[in-house]
Each structure stands twice: as structure tokens, then as C-alpha cells.
Design a binder for this molecule. Structure first.
Ligand SMILES: NC(=O)c1ccc[n+]([C@@H]2O[C@H](COP(=O)([O-])OP(=O)(O)OC[C@H]3O[C@@H](n4cnc5c(N)ncnc54)[C@H](OP(=O)(O)O)[C@@H]3O)[C@@H](O)[C@H]2O)c1
Length: 249
């Protein structure tokens, strides 16, 4: 898909990979509907990019805010052609630590942002996207969707959910709306706030964004970025090794 003159909605556009995607899409000639929680960072985006960015403040953990976002986008942006579900949160939760009062609301929030909102945004915007001659949905996942890590059971489960949802939605579009590409972009470890203080061999957010947009330009259904490219083969050939390698991440 050609990026020039497209209108793209990006969730979590204010930081990390989402911010890099925003900058690179704008550099490629797109306009961005930027969704984030942090008003100062949204303001910084518009200061940097002017009218190439339409900021939308929303806490995606709140279903009412997601509904309001969908109403605003369907009402005001009939030219929407690209949706990138990038926003996510990752909590490290020990379910044996006995702190159920903390674990439950944190888990609900992760499920709401990482999975619920992704499904709602796809469902809400697909009718609009399918009216366009060509459109794309890109959902960001992680290798942890294939082989979870011990420390973040809910994050891994939500990303496995997004991976499966994305594939099944792609089947529907291939049949009923083949001009709408439904794509999964699987990230390796990327140097962002989400991974601060842990992991080695990270790639930059700009390198990750470049790989995602390269996959979009080439109409790839599955974009495996950096080391994530090795994972599908590893999980086919020796899943036990794959599970071992990722469990302590
Ligand atoms: N970093 C990695 O190593 C890595 C690896 C695999 C997959 N991924 C995936 O890549 C994507 C981006 O990750 P990242 O590392 O760039 O994350 P990040 O640096 O932590 O940024 C997260 C973004 O999501 C937004 N966000 C979080 N909660 C939100 C909420 N409730 N409502 C609205 N926006 C919310 C944040 O907005 P505010 O600024 O407003 O808070 C921020 O823009 C995620 O889907 C993640 O799972 C990342």
C-alpha cells in the first residue's frame, strides 16, 4: 500500500513505537489521527507536525472513551484508510503473591487496553475502511503471543488473543472485503518505556516502525520484525526450546 496521502489512525501515538510510526508516516505524506492519554505529549505531537496530526485524547481502558473515539472518527474522517492498533500496557504480576486486590484491576486494565479496545476499534472502523478502494489494519503483537513469559501472564494472553483475532479477521476480509488488508506486526524487544531497565539486544523504536511500514508498503499479512522473524520457525521445529527461551524474559 502506498502511504502518501493516506489518513491513518494510530493508538498510542505519543511515545515509543507509536510515535516513531507517526513521525515516519507523516514523513511519507500521510495524515495522522493520533490517539493517546497524555495531553502534553499529544500537544507536543501537534507542535511538531501541525495540521498533519489530529490529536484525540482517550483512555482506551474506558469502553465509553473507545466508543466516543469511534463516533468521532466515523463522523469526521471519512477518508480514513489505515488503522494501527499499537497502544498496549504490560504489567508484571505474580499471581501467587497474594495481592489479589492489586492483580485483578491491573489485569482488567491490560485486557481492556490490549485486547478489548483492539477488537472494538476494528469492529467500529471496518465498515468505514471497507468503503475505501484500499485500506489496512495493522495490529501489533510480540513473540510472547507465541511463547509467554512467566512475569506477565495477562499481557502475553492478550497478545495471543490479538494474534488469533487478527488472523480470523483477515480470513473474513479475504472473503468479504479483499481490498482491506488485515496485518499482524510482531515486534522483537524494542527500546521504549515498556522495556526500560530490562532486556538486551533491543532495536530502536524507529527501526521497528520502519520495518512495520516496509511491510505495509509490501502488503504483507504478517510482518515479523528483527529477531521475531526466527520465532515461527523455532516454534515449529522445537517448541520446547522456544518456550524455554522466552519464559524468563
Ligand atoms: N517495546 C517492546 O519491546 C515491544 C515488544 C513487543 C511488542 N510491543 C508492542 O508494541 C506496541 C507499542 O509498544 P511500546 O513499547 O512503544 O510502548 P510504550 O513506549 O509503553 O508506549 C505505549 C503507548 O500506548 C499508549 N497507551 C497506553 N495505555 C493507554 C491507554 N489506556 N489509553 C490510550 N493510550 C494508551 C501510551 O500513551 P500515553 O503516552 O498517553 O500514556 C503510549 O503512547 C505495544 O502494542 C506493545 O505490546 C512492544
Amino acid at each position: 500500500m502506498n502511504i502518501t496521502n493516506q489518513t491513518a489512525l494510530i493508538t498510542g501515538a505519543t511515545r515509543g513505537i507509536g510515535r516513531a510510526l507517526t513521525d515516519q508516516l507523516i514523513a511519507g505524506g500521510a495524515r495522522i489521527i493520533a490517539v493517546g492519554r497524555d495531553r502534553d505529549r499529544l500537544a507536543a505531537l501537534t507542535a511538531d507536525h501541525g495540521d498533519r496530526v489530529v490529536p484525540h485524547h482517550a483512555d482506551l481502558a474506558d469502553p465509553a472513551a473507545v466508543d466516543a473515539l469511534l463516533d468521532a472518527v466515523t463522523g469526521r474522517h471519512p477518508d480514513l484508510t489505515i488503522v494501527i492498533n499499537n497502544a498496549a500496557v504490560q504489567a508484571h504480576t505474580d499471581f501467587l503473591a497474594g495481592d489479589a486486590h492489586r492483580a485483578r484491576p491491573v489485569a482488567r486494565r491490560e485486557i481492556a487496553v490490549n485486547l478489548d479496545a483492539v477488537v472494538a476499534i476494528c469492529a467500529g472502523l471496518l465498515p468505514r475502511l471497507r468503503q475505501r478502494p484500499a485500506a489496512a489494519i495493522i495490529n501489533l503483537t510480540t513473540g510472547l503471543a507465541m511463547a509467554p513469559k512467566r512475569a506477565a501472564p495477562v499481557y502475553c494472553a492478550t497478545k495471543a488473543g490479538v494474534r488469533t483475532f487478527t488472523r480470523a479477521l483477515r480470513y473474513q476480509c479475504e472473503q468479504g472485503a479483499p481490498h482491506v488488508r488485515v496485518c499482524e506486526a510482531m515486534m522483537p524487544l524494542v527500546d521504549t518505556d515498556m522495556t526500560r531497565g530490562r532486556g538486551t539486544g533491543k532495536i530502536s523504536a524507529s527501526a521497528a516502525a520502519r520495518a512495520v511500514l516496509d511491510g505495509l508498503r509490501r502488503d504483507r499479512a504478517e510482518i515479523y520484525v528483527g529477531k521475531a522473524r526466527l520465532l515461527p520457525a523455532l516454534m515449529r521445529v522445537t517448541p520446547s526450546l522456544g518456550y524455554r527461551m522466552l519464559r524468563n524474559g
